[in-house]
Design a protein around this ligand. Sequence first.
Ligand code: GRF
Length: 204
Amino acid sequence: MEKKSIAVFLSGRGSNFRAIFDAVEEGRVNGYIEVVVSDNPDAKGLSFARANGIRSAVFEKPRTENRTEYFDKIIEFLDGSTIDLIVLAGFMKVMSGRFIEKYRNRILNIHPALLPSFPGEHAQRQALDYGVKCSGCTVHFVDEGVDTGPIVLQETVPVREDDTEDSLSARILEQEHKIYPRAVQLFCEERLKVEGRRVLILNH
Ligand code: GRF
């Protein structure tokens, strides 16, 4: 089976990107990181990519440009190489319909809550405010909605009575760093089969 080519999209810290990078370096993933794309020139994840010899590209969004035009430029850029999988790792822009259509079932995202609970921003704070006893993280394929696509993997994290948004986020992040590389690994081994809303994990 050919190694899969991965494009990582990020906007900030990039800790999930680093977890995936480590998994690739350690040979746990049947793939390689072809390029890192950021909408933020100051993203820490971008510096990490540069320091580790990974090709990167910055696409800042001019105010005058709409979402479709912005993502059309990224599509054009990605068309210059073969990309099998897009990994959103803290990428803060909602993608255009055209982009999602082009990469249908080939875009993964990680969300710091157990979807469908607490989609959107500040998921950890939403979970605390709601008073749930258990939260976690979700890797899912991206569709046209916000955090609504078919679920690939989830991990639970108990909520403690003395948790703050920061402490809960930190414990969830530890689990993110485990399930995200695992989901990428499954994709690269062609073990994910999307059937409607369900993602089957094949054992071949
Ligand atoms: C993570 O909490 C992830 O769940 C969310 O954005 C954050 C990105 O963190 N989508 P990092 O940039 O990977 O450190």
